[in-house]
Write a protein that binds this ligand. Sequence first.
Ligand SMILES: O=C(O)[C@H](O)COP(=O)(O)O
Length: 313
Amino acid sequence: MYKVLVTDKVHEEGLNILKRNGFEVVVDLDAYRPEVLKERIKGFDVLIVRSRTKVRREVIEAADRLKVIARAGSGLDNIDLEAAREKGIKVVNAPDALKNAVAELVIAMMIVVARKAMYSYRALLEGKWEKVMGTEIAGKKLAVIGFGRIGREVTKKARELGMDVIAYDVIDMSDVAEELGAKFTKDLIEAIRDADFVTLHVPLTPETRNLINKDVIEKMKDGVIIINAARGEVMDYKALLEALESGKVGGAALDVYPEEPPQSEYLLKLIRHPNVFATAHIGAQTKEAQRRTSIEIAHRILQALGIERGEVT
Ligand SMILES: O=C(O)[C@H](O)COP(=O)(O)O
């Protein structure tokens, strides 16, 4: 019988699929801490995590039976893929299940910041009636940085709302962009240069760490609005704070941070900035996405173990 350890909140529907297949499923939400996980992992064949659990080399090396690490979500930056590969442990994720949830949040964030709605709301809480003046998103130019599943979903929705989209990626995807009525470039600066809105959708890798740095921000249009629902580390938030303070950046919406929850002084300053709308990594936090993710991940686990047919990517 396969034993599964779940260290983050995962929808029960996917876990029930595993149980129906004879798996023993143990949910231990305290085991996400690396020092606990190192011990707890022993005896388990499958580990299911979200972004909170960091599956580092020490954990992987301490595992004695582990065959599959399942990321109930998309980003794999919290898993040491190299260490897993070395031990022959398969890593699976569910990149399709949450793209709509993230894309909807990104569209909402663009509108909230463009309309300065967060400012009006904060003022209202203080008893002030602030009829702030905003801008519309229709007819504006959006740069989508990273043209994977989420970037493409954002593009689709932004086009429906009348935005002009330019997509950037390192892989040529001009055909897909054309189908969605967007332009495509492999040149980051070309993508951001004239954009009114910039939204980030790259995975966190050594190549994308700090991708949106001070130099890149300087090349953006004055008053640009930046959205980050990808990973905090892909952008230099100290540079963003400076750019917000100087007025170079007109506003920002952030769902992710280099430390979660954010505690450093500059991050707290950033999320308290009047032109910032910030949320707590809720991109994939919808009932629909969590349900779909758990089901997708259950099937990928069954496939990885050869119980069900299908390709494991
Ligand atoms: O990469 C992801 O799947 C998203 O960022 C969501 O992360 P979470 O599952 O930790 O909420």
